[in-house]
Design a protein around this ligand. Structure first.
Ligand SMILES: [Fe+2]
Ligand SMILES: [Fe+2]
Length: 240
């Protein structure tokens, strides 16, 4: 129970003791909902475009961990639920390619090209988005029982491993370069007000595409896949 909840409870108790609860309750009960809505709005306004995009890279990183665990299982001949790979690739398609990368392509890359800044980097990043989409199409096609079950076809399994590996190899440097070079440069490229407005725009798009819970809902989806593979518990990765 939060301090706010405690105050509210104490207030309601007092109000009912005074026999005023009936008259007071509707406005009192409505207040916290309105407050939490406005708090959510404020939180959204506080997320800068770079922070937003970097959090999305966090989701991508967790998918890369899912891919690495999938590679390990496929190579060791250990059982791998096909939904783990197809689910992760589905999130890559919906969240990374059709949302996150679209934001980069529509709102970041053209600004750099226009300002003749980091043009070579932007060109490579754009080409990698394209290559990523091709890999994801392959992964979605290959992530079936034919490749993932131990009795499945070894060649198909090998092809799936190769596509997953290529994806991980490309996206680690891709997102690291965006985090350390492109995003900080964006902040220098556009005026503060425009920068903030861009963050709001990203946030609105996120909720249009992914509903009320937005980013958090996608994180939950990734967590469920991690759980299905036994890689969710963070403590297991602590060095002895
Ligand atoms: Fe990118
Ligand atoms: Fe990115």
């Amino acid at each position: 129970m939060t301090v706010h909840d405690r105050h509210r409870r104490d207030f309601l108790l007092k109000a009912s003791t005074l026999g005023a609860a009936v008259a007071w309750a509707p406005s009192v009960i409505a207040a916290p909902a309105a407050k939490s809505r406005s708090r959510r709005r404020n939180e959204k306004e506080d997320v800068t475009p770079a922070e937003d995009l970097m959090r999305e890279h966090g989701v991508l990183n967790r998918i890369l961990l899912v891919y690495e665990e999938s590679i390990r299982r496929l190579e060791a001949g250990v059982e791998l639920p096909p939904e783990a790979v197809s689910g992760a690739a589905g999130i890559v398609r919906r969240f990374v390619e059709d949302y996150h990368e679209k934001l980069e392509e529509e709102h970041l890359f053209p600004r750099f090209v226009k300002a003749a800044t980091l043009v070579d980097l932007v060109e490579v990043l754009r080409a990698q988005h394209e290559a990523g989409r091709r890999l994801t199409a392959d992964i979605l096609g290959l992530a079936t029982t034919t490749a993932t079950t131990t009795a499945g076809d070894a060649r198909t399994r090998q092809t799936l491993v190769s596509r997953l590996r290529s994806f991980v190899r490309m996206y680690r440097p891709h997102e690291a370069r965006e985090d350390t070079v492109l995003f900080p440069a964006l902040h220098r490229l556009i005026p503060e007000r425009q920068y903030r407005a861009l963050g709001d725009r990203f946030e609105r798009r996120e909720h249009e595409l992914f509903g009320e819970r937005g980013f958090e809902g996608v994180v939950d989806e990734v967590a469920a896949i991690e759980k299905s593979l036994g890689i969710y518990d963070l403590a297991q990765f602590t060095s002895a």
